[in-house]
Design a binder for this molecule. Structure first.
Ligand SMILES: C[S@@+](CC[C@H](N)C(=O)[O-])C[C@H]1O[C@@H](n2cnc3c(N)ncnc32)[C@H](O)[C@@H]1O
Length: 204
């Protein structure tokens, strides 16, 4: 009975997410919520001992749940969601968590009061970076790296065959990228990428 209720809830969540994607494919950027496998691979990329994390585009909260389960308390996690309905549902699902309704491109302003510049351990992003223009991607990354500590990282997944941020844009921002796990069990399959500051002192 309990299992049936869980299946019904999951079905409703997937159907609702799909309807939101039909209405706004560029913003929602996926036909289904992330799989648990993808969420786990994203969370696995957090630096050891990470205590302050921001989640961008949490959607239905698949990754949010794992981030909280990993030991980040409500004081250690801030979630930023643009879609008003998804935001409201997420806040209802995690009433103790700070879930902001806002645009990740304005992260600098949104994160005030949560973390000081240079003190954030990681950003976990489900944003559809491929659907954004270069200026949008640049705004998200610049705002995130202004908050991240020197060794902090920006964890992103994409459905594309390569990093959603070009090598030229990464150079301009002083960043480097490492390819993480490829997750077949996701709709569609996805690859994790981890962005960090360039450590080689190369000119920007
Ligand atoms: C691929 S979906 C999220 C998948 C999520 N991991 C899940 O399992 O539900 C991308 C999410 O990013 C949100 N989003 C898109 N652009 C955004 C922006 N500029 N700022 C904040 N959230 C944004 C969308 O509303 C959507 O919830």
């Amino acid at each position: 009975m309990q299992i049936q209720a869980r299946h019904r809830w999951r079905y409703a969540r997937h159907w609702d997410f799909f309807r939101r994607w039909m209405r706004n494919p560029r913003t929602v950027a996926a036909v289904a919520p992330s799989s648990r496998e993808l969420a786990q691979r994203m969370v696995d990329e957090l630096p050891a001992g990470a205590r302050r994390v921001i989640e961008l585009g949490p959607g239905t909260g698949v990754m949010t749940r794992l981030l909280l389960a990993r030991g980040l308390g409500p004081d250690g996690l801030l979630a930023v969601e643009l879609d008003p309905a998804l935001h409201a549902r997420l806040q209802a699902r995690f009433p103790q968590l700070r879930v902001l309704h806002g645009d990740a491109r304005r992260l600098d302003a949104l994160a005030r009061g949560f973390v000081a510049p240079g003190e954030l351990d990681a950003v976990v992003s489900s944003l559809g970076l491929l659907g954004m223009d270069e200026a949008g991607r640049g705004a998200v990354l610049a705002a995130a790296f202004a908050l991240l500590r020197a060794q902090g990282c920006f964890v992103q997944f994409t459905y594309g065959a390569r990093s959603p941020v070009s090598a030229a844009q990464l150079r301009g921002l002083g960043l480097q990228v490492r390819r993480g796990a490829f997750v077949l069990r996701n709709l569609p399959p996805a690859t994790v990428y981890v962005y960090t500051r360039r450590q080689d002192g190369a000119p920007r």
